[in-house]
Ligand binder design. Structure first.
Ligand SMILES: [Zn+2]
Length: 162
């Protein structure tokens, strides 16, 4: 076995899902912390202000909600983790540990496979109907639910009773 401890887990190249993607550079074992999701740490209010006027763009996918007080903006000071694409049938999950976010493998990932996790996008602010189209999912997996959003607004309304 070659010594792989100094090799990077990932490489960045163009993806069939969308734009650039992150790919396994070597065979990655299950439950491996592949990369930390880095970026500027801001409040949810600041995140809303920052990305409220982005008509038609998809910049919201750069935001990762850590908890009710903290959002990581991968668009500022972010690393390669911001290129990890969404999939409804992902091979990784985002794990929050002591306020930090790591992309961790759910299973063994062979070299060359694209790294993905389920974005489950949500935002504290008001729901905007155009999100459905803006964050439509094209991941191509057999279990694709058609959206990168976490919850459908109909379901949320049921829960809150509004
Ligand atoms: Zn999908």
């Amino acid at each position: 076995m070659p010594d792989r401890t100094n090799l990077p887990f990932i490489e960045i190249r163009s993806s069939s899902i969308q734009g650039l993607g992150v790919f396994a550079a070597i065979d990655i074992q299950k439950a491996t912390r592949i990369i930390e999701y880095m970026g500027e740490r801001i409040s949810p209010d600041e995140a809303d202000t920052r990305y409220d006027d982005d008509a038609g763009s998809c910049t919201h996918v750069l935001l990762f909600i850590v908890d009710e007080d903290t959002v990581i903006d991968g668009g500022i000071g972010g690393n390669e983790a911001k290129y990890v694409n969404h999939s409804c049938q992902p091979n990784c999950e985002a794990v929050i540990d002591s306020g930090r976010v790591y992309i961790e493998s759910l299973r063994e990932i062979p070299a060359g496979e694209e790294i993905t996790f389920d974005y489950r996008l949500e935002r504290a602010g008001e729901y905007e109907p155009e999100w459905e189209e803006r964050y439509a999912c094209k991941c191509g997996s057999r279990r694709c639910r058609g959206t990168m959003l976490a919850e459908s607004p109909a379901r949320e309304t049921e829960i809150t009773g509004d």
